[in-house]
Write a protein that binds this ligand. Structure first.
Ligand code: NOJ
Length: 714
């Protein structure tokens, strides 16, 4: 502890300490609007009076606003402790990068790092000291609106990506907060804020590692989640917050609650009063309470009554003050906040170029019946409600502005240097059923062979509080796609979404499908690059695409069951683990995606079929670019432990690498497999490997059947 922190802790009164451990939304402390907002906005339980002397502000607007708030507070503060400003800089600040789920599909941690770094550079000049990112919740249910904020369904990939985000934020000059600890992504039925019930083994094996990876990479804060976890609201979950996070992982940074989540322990039916909430949260090492007033109102009294020790409060205070020191705020109260610099760096050509590259690298080509790439001199037109849409930034777009984004039409027109016919055809809402504009749209497109149908879900239909029970393409848009095909057009679907959507109904009517997620500011330019073949689609799915919503939750690393359906056909449906109406396999599996060339992978070889503890084996295969263009393949390594004290999934991703090959050339691709990569939580609770037989696969997606067998000897 520094001398400064020690002295402050000595000097401060209990009341001052409790305030320092509280964070409020900027709207609460704006005199003019506070009263109105406080009363009106659901979830705001804290008023301007409560907020005097608080420790932190979230979700403010500009650098000037942050500076003004800082001055006002600091001038009134008896101990000159600066506020720390936090914000959801999730996939960009003003320049918006693709949503994190899309970045996950790039399988490119270096790209994630670069995007995070650029986001941090813009955000710090905008007055942000801490971002509430990365979000590394493991997700298996596409109905959940927040799948857009994470990098997908795989623990290995999420760890790699989470670490990359942490590094990037630090390189860009801000602190970061990993969230939502823990298992928030396992919300039952994909309904946001819903209960999670996850076995301890699954928690340790799948849900917790990515948070831990971020903590190990140096994440400065951890945000606890809203959900009930195995019967206990997370802020009341001592095992998770104290035993695991603090004691086992040694995390000594700030643990902050989610928005209003401390008092939600009452609504959950766990605690009866605000005072109990404060006592429970502080005892569990929750250092900062976001947007609820229990610490301010009850901590001093709890200490005076002897229910909470002074030492515990001081511990939390130390962490909060040390975080402020780390952010350099005692030397410079504003941090890097600088309105002019914020303007200068935001949307700079360099940032736009990275946003374009990131959007190119995260769009997944799901289908291509020889129609893509489009040749520039071919005649084509646009259809669908997203052709001219500029709000393609995705949820959590921070200070991104739709008017600064490039629509598909703008991107294509600027690449081609000519105007394109565009017919909206229908509305974009997810419940839109009105098809009356389709005939007029078709008339406008008549005579044009290829139509790029820009469809999907609007940005605000994913993200927080935006779960969907039906995740198929909205009815009017599906009707448009069918009508286009039936009118004889060659249909290239460009699909927007914050989640995997069910494409089963429209897939047969599309000649090509490019899934662009919510691509961000440079979306239109990136899509033009891809459609016109200036760039190759290189992304692969980091989340399975269901055939039917009823398959959710759906993930590749599932279990075989005692009655697997093999072959996976509808005819084979009697007394096997299956649906009568759809196959078990997803429409598009994890790891899947096409490029503009063709590949063959074969000749799997092991340097030895025995792996000894402490040693390693080399697993290699021959990859050939059999197409007529240069391209890059994402080669993936999977394993299965055939028999174990705890049954292992049918496949687990253990590595991936990208290989660039010129047309017609081939190369060996090799991975090193070691005993550590085979570890799991065994029946005795140990993290270790078990001797015996394993399968290993190399392939271009998780459905690969290119396998070999080896034995682990211990
Ligand atoms: C609630 C969200 O769950 C969380 O992700 C976010 O960081 C906070 N609100 C602050 O905006």
């Amino acid at each position: 502890m520094s001398e400064r922190v020690e002295k402050l802790i000595e000097k401060m009164t209990l009341e001052e300490k409790a305030r320092q451990l509280t964070q409020v939304n900027a709207v609460v402390i704006h005199a003019e609007i506070a009263a109105e907002v406080t009363g009106a906005q659901q979830g705001i339980e804290i008023c301007r009076e409560d907020a005097a002397g608080i420790g932190s502000v979230l979700n403010f607007d500009t650098a000037s606003e942050a500076i003004a708030i800082q001055d006002e507070y600091l001038n009134a503060s008896p101990h000159a402790i600066p506020l720390i400003f936090m914000q959801d800089v999730v996939h960009g600040y003003r320049t918006i990068f693709p949503i994190p789920l899309a970045i996950g599909c790039s399988f490119d941690p270096a790209l994630a790092e670069e995007c995070a770094k650029m986001s941090a550079v813009e955000a710090k000049y905008g007055g942000t000291h801490v971002t509430f990112s990365p979000m590394v919740d493991l997700v298996r249910d596409a109905r959940w609106g927040r799948v857009m904020e994470t990098t997908g369904e795989d623990v290995f990939l999420n760890c790699e990506m989470g670490r990359a985000f942490v590094r990037g934020y630090h390189e860009g000059g801000i602190l970061c907060c990993v969230k939502h600890f823990a298992a928030y992504g396992a919300a039952e039925a994909g309904r946001d804020y819903n209960t999670t019930d996850v076995s301890v083994r699954n928690l340790k094996e799948y849900y917790l590692p990515a948070y831990r990876a971020c903590v190990e990479e140096g994440a400065d804060l951890v945000m606890s989640s809203f959900n009930l976890l195995n019967g206990i609201p997370v802020n009341g979950h001592r095992e998770l917050l104290v035993d695991t996070l603090r004691d086992e992982w040694g995390f000594d940074g700030v643990l902050i609650s989610d928005y209003g989540a401390v008092t939600e322990m009452i609504v959950h039916g766990y605690l009866e009063s605000e005072k109990e909430c404060a006592e429970t949260a502080i005892r569990n090492g929750l250092d900062m309470e976001m947007m609820s007033p229990t610490y301010i109102r009850h901590l001093p009294e709890l200490v005076k009554e002897g229910k909470v020790s002074q030492k515990l409060v001081d511990e939390s205070l130390r962490r909060v003050l040390e975080m402020k020191e780390k952010a350099g705020l005692f030397e410079n109260r504003y941090g890097a906040a600088d309105p002019q610099k914020a303007e200068e760096v935001s949307l700079s050509p360099e940032h736009r170029a990275i946003a374009r590259r990131a959007a190119v690298r995260s769009a997944v080509l799901l289908k291509n019946e020889g129609v893509l790439p489009l040749s520039e001199d071919r005649e084509f037109a646009l259809a669908g409600p997203f052709a001219e849409e500029k709000y393609i930034l995705g949820n959590w777009a921070c200070r991104g502005r739709a008017e600064e984004a490039v629509s598909i039409k703008e991107g294509l027109e600027s690449a081609l240097g000519r105007n394109l016919v565009s017919a909206t055809g229908c509305g974009k809402g997810i419940s839109e059923t009105c098809v009356s504009d389709i005939p007029a749209g078709l008339a406008k497109l008549s005579g044009i062979n290829t139509v790029i149908a820009c469809i999907g879900e609007p940005s605000d239909n994913s993200g927080e509080g935006a779960s969907r029970a039906d995740i198929s393409i909205p009815p009017a848009q599906a009707a448009l796609v069918k009508a286009l095909k039936e009118a004889g057009h060659s249909v290239v679907a460009v699909i927007f979404g914050g989640r995997p959507q069910v494409l089963t109904e429209i897939e047969p009517y599309c000649d090509a499908i490019l899934y662009v997620w919510q691509p961000g500011t440079e979306g239109g330019n990136a899509v033009a690059d891809l459609l016109l073949g200036k760039e190759e689609p290189t992304a692969r799915l980091s989340m399975s695409f269901p055939r039917a919503v009823g398959q959710c939750p759906l993930y590749y690393n599932s279990f075989n069951t005692g009655r697997p359906r093999i072959p996976d056909t509808l005819k084979n449906s009697m007394y096997v683990s299956a649906y009568r109406d759809v196959c078990n396999a997803p429409l598009y599996p994890f790891g899947y995606g096409l490029g503009y060339t063709d590949w063959h992978i074969g000749g799997l070889r092991l340097s030895s079929d025995v792996l000894e503890a402490g040693g390693s084996i080399r697993v290699s295969a021959r990859l050939k670019n059999t197409g007529s263009r240069a391209g890059s393949a994402l080669v993936q390594l999977y394993i299965r432990d055939r028999f174990a004290s705890v049954v292992r999934p049918v496949k687990e991703l253990k590595g991936f690498c990208r290989v660039f090959l010129a047309a017609g050339t081939e190369e060996d691709v090799a991975f090193t497999l070691s005993e550590e990569m085979l570890r799991f939580y065994t029946a005795s609770g140990e993290y270790g490997s078990e001797a015996g037989k394993f399968d290993v696969w190399i392939g271009l997606d998780s459905s690969t059947d290119l396998s070999a067998e080896f034995t682990l000897v211990k």
